[in-house]
Design a protein around this ligand. Structure first.
Ligand code: TEU
Ligand code: CA
Length: 556
C-alpha cells in the first residue's frame, strides 16, 4: 500500500456551532476554534474536520450552503478562516472542510436564478420538471427528512424541483457538466487556500436512477426510502473519479467520503490506491439495529453485533484501503450511550469502547467531546430539539401509533442533537462553552463530565485517549498500529472483542465487552503489557482474568 502523509495521523471532527463561543451569542465560532488549537495539539490530533461554516440559512445546520466562497457571519469571517488554517499549520494540524455538493441552499444565487428562469442555464443546475396540480410526482422517493422529494419551484405553480433532503436543500444536477465544473473550481479555490482536504457529504446521492420512476412503497404514505433508489443507480464512480482527477489528486489532498451502503466490489474504486477518496467512514456499526420504518422501531446494538460489524468492515477493506473509524459523529447519538448498556457507562467502559475502535486498522476519527466521554442528554422535551431530522422522526412515530411519551423516548435515544449539545469545557456557567445562552441546551451532567476535571487526572477518559494517540505515533508501535493487518482472535468467545495487529510487531488488543468478568487464553506468552484501561491486571501462565469492561493490549 502506498504510504500517504495522513496515514499516521489521528483525526478530530469539530461541530463549530457547539465547540466554543467567543462573542457571547451562544453560537460556537471560528475564533473559538482558533482559541483551542493548543488544546487540540496537546490532545495529539493532526487532522481537523470542520462541519460547514459557509454562508447558510442554517436550515440544516449549515449543510445548506448559500455561498461556497464565504463564511457565515455567525461563525466569523474569511480572515478568521485564513488565520485558522495558518495557525493550525503552525501546530502541525491540517484543516479539512466539509464538501456539501449533492445540494445547495434554496437561498444560493444559482437557485434564485433558476427560479427566475427555469429554462435557462441555472435551471439546468437543478432537477426541475413541469407539473400540474393533481398529477403524480415524477417519482415516489421519500426525502431523508420525510415527505416527498418534490416541492413547487418558488414563484411557480406548474414547476417542481427535487430535494433528497430538506426542501431548502435543492439537489444539484450532477448530470450537467457545467455544474460539475463549477464544483471542481470551488474545491480547488479552497485547496489553494491551504486546506488539507475535505470530508465529502452525502456523496452517494449525486447519482440518481434516471429517468425518475416510482419504486415499491415501503410505508402507507405511498413513498419509498430513497436508499432503495441508490441501490439501483449506476455510474457514481464516474463522477467521483472525475472530481478526484480535477481536484484532490492534483493537491495530494486528503478526502474522506460519507458513503453508505457501498457494494464491496466497489471498494477499490472508492478507497483503493487509485480510488476517488483517501478513505471512507465505516458506518456499519451505526446501521445495526436501525429500522427503515423509523427510530421508534429501531433498537440499540449488542456487543456481539458491534464486534461482528467491525470485523466484517475490517475484512472488507483489508488489502484495499483505509477506513475512517468512528464511534459517533454530528449525525449520531453519543457512542457511549449507543453501544454501552444503560447503567454501564463507567469510565472503564467508555475507554474500552473508544480503545477497541481506535486501535482497529484505519484512521481514527474522534468527534468533539468523545475524548471526555460525553453522553446523550436524558432530559429532552420536544421543544428542546432543534434538529429537523429528529422532529420528522417524532411525527413518524406518532403516525405509527406511538403515544407522545413513546415517540419522545424514541427520538431522545437517536436524535442527532445528542451529539450537538455544547462541548463541556469546565463545570462553570455555560460549561465554558459560552458566556451567553447556548443555541442548544447543555447536557446537565457538564458539572461532572468536563475537560477541566479530567485533564491531568490519572485514569481519566481524556488522558486515556491521549495515551491512545501517543501510542499510535510511537516509535515502538506506530508502524504496527497504522499499517499492521487486523486479525480477529477468539471471535466465537461471547462479548470478547479481541484482535491481533500484525506489522513490525505483533500486538493483541483484547476487550471484555460486558459487565461480567471472563477469562481469555493467551495465544502465546505476552512480552509486554502495552495498555490497560484499569490500574490492575490478573493473569497467570497463559490465562488472563479480564474484569468487566477491561481492555488490555499486549505485545506478543
Ligand atoms: O448526512 C447524510 C445522511 O444521509 C445521513 O447522515 C442521514 O440520512 C441524515 O443524517 C439524516 O438522519 C449528511 C450530513 O452528515 C448531515 O448532517 C446532513 O443533514 C445531510 O448530509 C444533508 O447534507
Ligand atoms: Ca459566537
Amino acid at each position: 500500500m502506498q504510504h500517504k502523509w495522513w496515514h499516521g495521523k489521528t483525526a478530530y471532527q469539530i461541530y463549530p456551532k457547539s465547540f466554543c463561543d467567543t462573542n457571547g451569542d451562544g453560537i460556537g465560532d471560528l475564533r473559538g476554534v482558533i482559541s483551542k488549537l493548543d488544546y487540540l495539539r496537546e490532545l495529539g490530533v493532526e487532522l481537523v474536520w470542520l462541519s460547514p461554516v459557509y454562508r447558510s440559512p442554517l436550515a440544516d445546520q449549515g449543510y445548506d450552503i448559500s455561498d461556497y466562497y464565504s463564511i457565515d457571519a455567525r461563525f466569523g469571517t474569511m480572515a478568521d478562516m485564513d488565520e485558522l488554517i495558518e495557525k493550525a499549520r503552525e501546530r502541525g494540524i491540517s484543516i479539512v472542510m466539509d464538501l456539501v455538493v449533492n445540494h445547495c441552499s434554496d437561498e444560493h444565487e444559482w437557485f434564485r436564478k433558476a427560479c427566475e428562469d427555469p429554462e435557462g442555464e441555472y435551471g439546468q443546475f437543478f432537477y426541475i420538471r413541469d407539473w400540474h396540480e393533481g398529477e403524480p410526482f415524477p417519482c415516489n422517493w421519500r426525502s431523508y427528512f420525510g415527505g416527498p422529494c418534490w416541492d413547487l419551484l418558488p414563484g411557480h405553480t406548474d414547476k417542481i424541483y427535487f430535494h433528497a433532503f430538506h426542501k431548502k436543500q435543492p439537489d444539484l444536477n450532477w448530470e450537467n457538466p457545467a455544474l460539475r465544473r463549477e464544483i471542481y473550481k470551488m474545491i480547488n479555490w479552497w485547496l489553494d487556500k491551504g486546506l488539507g482536504g475535505f470530508r465529502i457529504d452525502a456523496i452517494i446521492n449525486i447519482k440518481k436512477l434516471l429517468p425518475f420512476c416510482d419504486l415499491p412503497a415501503d410505508r402507507d404514505d405511498g413513498l419509498c426510502d430513497i436508499r432503495a433508489m441508490l441501490k439501483r443507480a449506476e455510474g457514481l464512480n464516474v463522477f467521483l473519479d472525475e472530481m478526484a482527477e480535477a481536484s484532490f489528486r492534483k493537491y495530494d489532498a486528503f478526502s474522506v467520503g460519507e458513503v453508505f451502503n457501498e457494494k464491496t466490489e466497489d471498494l477499490p474504486k472508492i478507497i483503493g490506491d487509485r480510488g476517488c477518496f483517501s478513505s471512507m467512514f465505516d458506518f456499519s456499526e451505526h446501521l445495526l439495529g436501525l429500522d427503515r420504518r423509523g427510530w421508534h422501531r429501531s433498537r440499540l446494538p449488542t456487543a456481539e453485533e458491534y464486534k461482528r460489524a467491525a470485523f466484517a468492515a475490517q475484512a472488507r477493506s483489508a488489502g484495499v484501503g483505509f477506513l475512517s473509524n468512528i464511534i459517533e459523529n454530528h449525525d449520531e447519538p453519543r457512542g457511549v450511550s449507543h453501544y454501552l448498556p444503560e447503567g454501564e457507562r463507567s469510565d472503564a467502559a467508555k475507554k474500552l469502547l473508544g480503545g477497541l475502535n481506535f486501535l482497529l486498522r484505519g484512521l481514527p476519527f474522534l468527534y468533539q467531546g468523545q475524548e471526555i466521554g460525553m453522553e446523550n442528554r436524558t432530559d429532552w422535551t420536544l421543544k428542546d430539539f432543534d434538529d429537523i431530522s429528529t422532529l420528522d422522526q417524532y411525527k413518524v412515530a406518532l403516525r405509527a401509533g406511538c403515544t407522545e411519551e413513546e415517540a419522545l423516548a424514541a427520538v431522545s435515544r437517536f436524535s442527532r442533537d445528542n451529539a450537538r449539545t455544547p462541548f463541556q469545557w469546565d463545570a462553570g456557567p455555560g460549561a465554558g462553552f459560552t458566556a451567553g445562552a447556548p443555541w442548544l441546551g447543555l447536557n446537565e451532567n457538564y458539572r461532572e463530565i468536563n475537560l477541566a476535571e479530567q485533564r491531568g487526572r490519572e485514569g481519566s477518559v481524556y488522558e486515556f485517549y491521549r495515551s491512545l494517540i501517543t501510542l499510535r505515533k510511537s516509535a515502538d508501535y506506530g508502524e504496527t498500529l497504522v499499517y499492521g493487518e487486523c486479525v480477529p482472535y477468539l471471535p466465537e468467545q461471547k462479548n470478547l472483542m479481541a484482535y491481533f495487529r500484525r506489522g513490525e510487531k505483533t500486538l493483541l488488543v483484547a476487550g471484555n465487552f460486558q459487565a461480567e468478568a471472563q477469562d481469555m487464553l493467551l495465544p502465546s506468552p505476552a512480552r509486554t503489557l502495552v495498555l490497560n484501561n484499569l490500574d490492575e491486571l490478573s493473569a497467570e501462565r497463559d490465562t488472563v482474568h479480564l474484569k468487566p469492561w477491561q481492555l488490555v493490549v499486549f505485545e506478543l
